[in-house]
Design a binder for this molecule. Structure first.
Ligand code: FES
Length: 248
């Protein structure tokens, strides 16, 4: 019998297994920039009224959320308050290296990451989110065992993992063993449209589906929680999805 997960996974294209097809479908620059990335369905981001989202309409430093590459996997969408114009080299828990291509859109300020914490998978649910983008200054214990104060981080208050969204979601502190998986975006400068096209780094999707299966089925009102996002994905403000954000 085919599992629900394998049905969902059949829909994406592993870059390493199908480079020729990926190169045909996506820009050379993007394919060249992504090592160990996976291309999924190309999905256009829509606003909360389900019209194509204009990248320039995103407000800087706001927590936006959409679901990709599956209908139940949350991602942060953030327009940072500064450009991120550089490629960043990162590595996963198992030592695989990959590169994150930086920001896209106006001023190259727009970035996106899986909102599933790389430690124990805390993520935004309808009831609560312990993991949030924090534009204000916060304090945290860094990997150098010192306390730091800085702004513009993604902070998981479950056990204190902190990630830098301007540096590919590199871990700044806490127990997370690897960066948040990066969501690969494309921007069309002619129409100002934004698209999600893939994931770089090590995603937590398999464990997430196994661990939270029953709750996700209730929350998303479907037994097919591994269904691929298709066509479009609606971008909403995190606070309109979660009843409560835990800020530490
Ligand atoms: S789940 Fe995020 S720090 Fe533990």
């Amino acid at each position: 019998m085919t599992s629900k997960k394998s049905v969902g996974r059949r829909r994406f294209v592993k870059l390493c297994a199908s480079t020729a097809a990926a190169v045909a479908a996506y820009p050379d620059s993007l394919v060249g920039a992504v090592n160990h990335g996976e291309f999924y369905e190309k999905v256009q981001l829509h606003d909360d009224e389900n019209n194509p989202l204009r990248a320039s309409a995103l407000q800087p430093d706001k927590n936006y959320l959409f679901f990709y590459p599956f209908i139940s996997t949350p991602c942060f969408l953030i327009r940072l308050n500064k450009p991120v114009q550089r490629e960043v080299n990162l590595s996963t828990r198992d030592g695989s290296s990959y590169s994150w291509p930086g920001g896209v859109g106006p001023g190259q300020q727009i970035v996106s990451f899986s909102a599933i914490c790389a430690h124990k998978m805390s993520h935004p649910s309808v009831q609560v989110s312990f993991i949030n983008y924090r534009p204000e200054e916060v304090q945290f214990a860094g990997n150098d065992n010192r306390f730091h104060r800085r702004s513009n981080v993604i902070y998981c208050c479950s056990e204190g993992s902190v990630y830098d969204p301007a540096d590919g979601a590199r871990v700044l502190g806490g127990p997370a063993p690897q960066p948040l998986a990066a969501i690969l975006l494309e921007h069309d400068p002619r129409t100002d449209a934004l698209f999600a096209v893939g994931v770089a780094g090590q995603s937590m999707f398999d464990s997430y589906f196994k661990t939270f299966e029953h709750r996700l089925e209730l929350e998303f009102k479907t037994q097919n929680i591994t269904e691929a996002a298709r066509g479009s994905a609606r971008v909403i403000e995190l606070e309109s999805f979660c009843a409560r954000q835990i800020l530490c």
